[in-house]
Ligand binder design. Structure first.
Ligand SMILES: Cc1cc2nc3c(=O)[nH]c(=O)nc-3n(C[C@H](O)[C@H](O)[C@H](O)COP(=O)(O)OP(=O)(O)OC[C@H]3O[C@@H](n4cnc5c(N)ncnc54)[C@H](O)[C@@H]3O)c2cc1C
Length: 544
């Protein structure tokens, strides 16, 4: 056989409509108020699923950004150079509204279904390229924290809302569009931001900030929400790259992190040398101010994780449909069918869960019950969905055999990307503690949210026992040590409830195999009948 002759390989999985080919997504969007705009989502899905976009994503990740700290004569530059493919992703996502479409010009929430429509697009974009979504996510989320400073909002919002990407290193007021980042984490503590040592002193029309941040991603953003110790305590600030007089602000990048994944995106270590910043909110209320941003970034972590899981699953099912082993397509081998169906069930659950959570954000402004649901479930959903990603993608990779382990397939990139959403914006344990905090601070609202989940899942197998377990699981002397068990159970019940609205058959299978009769440690161990498995697979990725 000549080397050019290729037998028994699957064709490339490109030129796909990421929306129309994803029935679980379309059903979740319809169930959460976004069904009327299916044509627009399909146009987005077609474009992002093109072979060209896959190729751009490869280029953006194979050519990571570089720090240019100094110019050839030794003058500070403090700029990052990105590959053109990265800039193209930024331009595409900004033009599609991913950084702003949930806001109005006055920084109030856009009407429903703005959250769900954006969530659908973020989920699809993440399947292709996740690194650039970091500044996109932070820009949209930062508006929630900026809202405490009306004069700044008035000046900045027209630039934030412009939907035009402007990568030039210029003062924000000279640019047609801007992006925002965030610097909280220091060497001595990321979770415990109260240990921040960076200092802020009132100076002129703002503050002078001196200190460091150990992680500050997307350093070419135009301004950053930064936490620092002011005379009145830990405070939130907005630090622009240029001072109001037009001179370059004193943000000095030390180096870029050499990261496991997320390689198209830059994450810096930075020093502030009396850098200028505006205060956001009162002194001493820094965590209170920035937490509004953090809730939204947590939602995006879950959305992006659901997206990369979906792409891994789709690649696995596609390959198994073409690859024959022992005269049978892999997809028809009983054990492989069980693995794919089990994966599809968790991916569909993650999709339904994140879209239902986005819906809660959509209606929270006018519905306290939905606000309580969003508060309770955001950390639980981030915990469960982001944690599932590594296992699902690893298993999907194995479905492609050796091909899956090779860089040219997208699986290694998805796999490297998976852990970061679990780590940043609050790691696993911190998410579980946040669920406990929600219950401790407003137990009545949290209990009402739990009761609602119970009612929505009342007819599903195992749901009653799951609810009773949760009612016990969030109390008692050992509550912190047991929090992972309880939060896992909460996420499973919420997933069953979300599926109940968008995909009743999947809801019943999910409840039977995850609530009533929990499956083994690996995928492919759930008790699914062959026909149930086949329907799950065909629903996840229709046959060509
Ligand atoms: C690629 C990347 C980009 C990042 N970009 C940014 C950025 O732009 N801006 C920014 O501010 N930060 C950024 N971060 C930092 C990130 O948010 C932190 O790493 C994260 O919040 C955890 O903080 P830490 O690393 O200090 O770990 P620690 O706070 O030391 O936590 C270590 C572990 O301990 C656990 N833990 C903490 N408290 C408890 C507890 N009470 N009980 C039990 N377990 C606990 C945590 O869950 C975690 O698993 C980035 C990180 C990465 C990896």
């Amino acid at each position: 056989m000549r080397v050019e002759e290729v037998l028994n390989q699957s064709p490339p999985y490109v030129d796909i409509d990421l929306y129309a080919s994803d029935r679980p997504l379309a059903d979740a969007i319809a169930a959460n108020g976004g069904g009327r705009d299916a044509a627009a989502l399909s146009a987005f899905g077609n474009h992002w699923g093109s072979a060209e976009m896959f190729e751009l994503a490869r280029a953006a990740n194979e050519n990571p950004p570089q720090l240019k700290a100094f110019d050839p004569k030794g003058f500070r530059r403090d700029v990052i150079e990105f590959h053109p493919a990265y800039h193209q992703f930024m331009a595409e996502s900004i033009a599609a509204g991913l950084a702003v479409s949930t806001w109005r010009e006055d920084a109030t929430a856009a009407p429903a279904p703005a959250q769900v429509m954006r969530a659908a697009r973020v989920y699809m974009a993440a399947q292709i390229e996740t690194g650039h979504l970091c500044p996109i996510t932070m820009t949209r989320a930062a508006v929630a924290a900026l809202a405490v400073a009306p004069p700044l909002v008035g000046q900045l919002m027209p630039k934030i809302m412009s939907r035009r990407y402007d990568s030039r290193f210029l003062p924000w007021w000279e640019k047609v569009g801007i992006t925002l980042g965030m610097g909280m984490t220091e060497k001595q503590g990321g979770t415990d931001v109260r240990s921040n040592t960076t200092r802020a002193q009132p100076a002129g029309e703002g503050y002078g900030i001196t200190g460091h941040k150990w992680f500050m991603s997307a350093p070419m953003c135009d301004a950053f929400l930064v936490l620092a110790q002011a005379p009145g305590g830990l405070t939130c600030f907005l630090m622009p790259r240029f001072r109001p007089d037009g001179s370059i602000n004193a943000l000095h990048f030390q180096r870029l992190k050499d990261k496991l994944g997320n390689r198209s995106n830059a994450s810096s270590e930075v020093e502030f040398d009396d850098a200028f910043a505006w205060r956001l909110g009162e002194e001493g209320r820094g965590v209170r101010t920035i937490i509004n941003m953090v809730q939204l970034t947590r939602l995006d972590c879950a959305l992006a994780s659901a997206g990369i899981m979906r792409m891994a699953l789709a690649q696995a099912i596609h390959h198994a449909r073409y690859r024959s082993v022992f005269q049978r397509h892999l997809v028809d081998q009983p054990m492989m069918r069980g693995v794919l169906a089990d994966l599809a069930l968790d991916v569909e659950a993650a999709t339904a869960l994140v879209m239902r959570l986005a819906r809660a954000y959509d209606i929270a402004p006018s519905d306290p019950g939905e606000a309580a649901r969003a508060r309770l479930l955001t950390p639980a959903v981030k915990y469960w969905v982001c944690k599932r990603a590594s296992g699902i993608i690893g298993e999907a990779m194995e479905c492609l055999g050796g091909n899956g382990y090779v860089e040219e397939s997208v699986l290694p990139r998805l796999y490297r990307e998976a852990p970061v959403n679990a780590i940043w914006e609050g790691s696993g344990n911190v998410m579980c503690l946040d669920v406990l905090r929600a219950i401790a601070h407003d137990g009545e609202a949290a209990r009402a949210a739990l009761t609602a989940l119970g009612e929505e899942t009342a007819d599903l197998p195992g749901a009653g026992a799951a609810l009773a377990f949760l009612e016990r699981g969030f109390s008692g002397p050992d509550v912190e040590a047991q929090a992972r068990v309880a939060v896992d159970g909460l996420a499973l019940l919420a997933a069953a409830a979300a599926l109940r609205q968008s995909a009743p058959e999947a809801a019943a299978l999910f409840a039977r195999t995850r609530l009533e009769d929990r499956h083994g440690a690996t995928y492919g161990t759930s008790r699914l009948a062959p026909e149930e498995a086949r329907r799950l697979i065909d629903r996840a990725v229709p046959s060509a």
